[in-house]
Design a binder for this molecule. Structure first.
Ligand code: GLY
Length: 358
């Protein structure tokens, strides 16, 4: 098992290893000695696979366990779901030493974290991500929240977890599509800050193993460790997203608009991949990157079965982005990759961004 420490306003460990679901109670007990009650937040896809095992592990450590299972999908990432979680915790008379345990992909970890951040003005949360996307990115770093009709993740809070438990066995049960969309967040780290990870991923692709990577969990685990270390470095430097952390939004500004315009029928990772491709084309056109870098970026995205294009217009992308959190005042923070492993944060007015994308 690997243990990677995150140094934020509160320090915590990310545990990565096979079979951790069955020992999660022991690990949680080690870091939360006084907790007595736990609410497991999960969705209708993940709960049948893992909830009973998480529950027995917690019960073996003396926790009294409640459950909140929501219908899988982005549509339920809303205030009604959070109110449901608050109601269970209030009904069970949770106190401030009790905990939420999120079990699932990014929707479960974002919502479990937000319910914990807001119940009794803040109780502890442990994240148990089960998708590649959530293990590599969403479950780490304390971003929690829900969507509003006007945009994705518009209401939320920074609330660092007490522990993140990543059982790599869970990756074997993901559908190939869900694994592939998670690769978009993995590839993102290579582009924005990790040239060595880029070499690893492109080596795998040139050996023709990119599309069967899910069958090689040892290699996936090594790659995941790189992403978690990268994220740990960024969070330590800028926990509250005022500076360097914004590079993690590479591909997301346009990606979120595409995702919302599809009524969430397109997966988040797929939209991030499209966003990275669109920004790369724009960078090349503006002379902010070279032909070689642009080709390397787009070839790697495609090698892992992800798209790099979308018919969205520059005007639609920018008006959608103006509703996004990545807006700062009247400017939008656009993340550019000029060379592999180096990201730049460029503030643009809506007019500049439209011109850039056109
Ligand atoms: N998922 C981007 C971040 O954690 O900042």
């Amino acid at each position: 098992m690997d243990r990677i420490n995150i140094q934020a306003s509160s320090d915590y460990d990310v545990l990565i290893g096979a079979g951790l679901i069955d020992s999660c109670g022991t690990h949680i007990r080690e870091c939360l000695i006084r907790a007595q009650k736990a609410l497991i937040v999960s969705d209708t896809n993940v709960a049948p696979l893992y909830l009973a095992r998480v529950k027995s592990s917690l019960e073996r450590e003396g926790f009294s366990v409640s459950e909140f299972v929501f219908e899988a999908g982005e549509e339920k990432k809303n205030i009604e779901s959070i109110a449901g979680m608050w109601a269970v915790m209030a009904g069970e008379e949770f106190t401030r030493t009790d905990i939420v345990v999120s079990l699932g992909g990014g929707v479960a970890t974002d919502m479990g974290g937000f319910a914990a951040a807001t119940f009794l003005r803040g109780i502890k949360v442990v994240q148990i991500p089960t998708s590649l996307l959530a293990m590599a990115d969403a479950a780490i770093g304390g971003k929690t929240g829900i969507d509003l009709p006007q945009g994705k993740n518009l209401a939320g809070a920074f609330h660092q977890p007490s522990m993140v438990i990543e059982d790599t066995d869970c990756l074997t049960t993901l559908s190939p599509e869900t694994f592939t969309e998670g690769m978009a967040e993995v590839i993102k780290y290579a582009f924005i800050m990790d040239p060595e990870l880029y070499e690893t991923l492109s080596g795998i692709a040139s050996e023709g193993r990119a599309m069967t990577l899910q069958n090689d969990i040892d290699t996936v685990t090594k790659i995941l460790r790189c992403c978690v270390k990268d994220k740990a470095e960024v969070i330590t430097e800028d926990e509250h997203d005022n500076g360097r952390r914004q590079i993690l939004n590479y591909g997301h500004t346009v990606g979120h608009v595409i995702e919302r315009n599809s009524n969430f029928t397109l997966a988040h990772g797929v939209c991030v991949a499209k966003g990275m491709g669109i920004i790369t084309d724009a960078c090349l056109k503006a002379g902010l990157t070279t032909e070689e870098t642009a080709r390397s970026i787009k070839d790697l995205i495609k090698a892992y079965g992800l798209p790099t294009e979308d018919p969205i217009t520059a005007k639609d992308a920018v008006s959608g982005a103006m509703n996004d959190k990545k807006k700062r005042g009247e400017k939008i923070s656009v993340i550019l990759v000029n060379e592999i492993g180096k990201a730049e944060i460029k503030k643009m007015t809506p007019e500049e961004f439209t011109e850039f994308l056109r």
